[in-house]
Design a protein around this ligand. Sequence first.
Ligand code: UDP
Ligand code: MG
Length: 324
Amino acid sequence: MTELSLIVPMYNEEAVCAKFFDAVVPLIAPLVSSYEIICVDDGSRDRTVEILKLLREKNPNIKILCLSRNFGKEAALTAGIDHAVGRAVIPIDADLQDPPELIADMLTQWRAGAQVVLARRADRASDSFLKRTTSSLFYQLFSKLAKPGIPPNVGDFRLMDRVVVDALKQLPERARFMKGLFAWVGFRQVILEYTRPERAAGETKFNYWKLWNFSLEGITSFSSLPLKVWSYFGVVVSFLAMLYMVYLVLNTLITGVDTPGYASLMSVQLFFNGILLIGLGAIGEYVGRIFIETKRRPIYLLNETLGVSPQAPASAEPAVIHRA
Ligand code: UDP
Ligand code: MG
């Protein structure tokens, strides 16, 4: 029985890969009776897999899952979670931005009965001003729109008990907004605080466009409010339009035919066309996602696995080549 599984999504991480194991292995090995480190290679195009294979020769607790292409961090995490066998599971970034020193405290809380131990960033000084503001706006908006909200400044780095992992594996959707899914399953939680360091080496894989799409994914998979708001908006607007109509009629009766109203007509026209397009766009976001979900494609495809138990994932099991 494996006590602890670490899940490490890796996309072009040759620069930090070895550093990660140097830092993590000596920290966790004395803490648990047995552990596995599942490295999910998310279609890296650099030497990440080569390096992982070399490291695995020295330490068989390092296991490797190679996805057939870059599916994104959320899919990589899903693949890891599907294959982890530990009684406690911790997703952790490869770049050492999730401090491995925190694992000791997480294990202590877990042994004391917590089912989920969250790691919250006490300050975001290592982020730019723009990233801090946009992310805080996102958390505020998300918690207004979706139930349950996600705790602010909590990432994927957390400890989950086996029961939580098994619950997660029952969620079949293709839209994998992991933070939201983690929060949705619930269970007894404890929060630890930490300061997020800079990336140990290499570069971030997320630009603002990716983050924008990621937030859209989060909101549309956890809230239908952007769809429903249009009918209320419609009621308010029709009411105002009616008042305006009454005013126009009275005005014409009292003061006679008005001057030609090109400017006012045009602005009303443009304004409402814009509003209609936004409404249509919101519906499009959802219809697009319904389209993707109905195709029921697997969330990820495996190309090669090393050392990972051929455990059937909760989602449709993709074709796999298993090696020792
Ligand atoms: N990652 C991944 N697939 C991707 C993008 C990122 O598996 O398509 C991994 C990456 O290798 C790292 C983690 O996700 O281990 C977090 O990525 P990164 O550090 O670039 O994000 P940031 O910390 O800047 O938000
Ligand atoms: Mg990072």
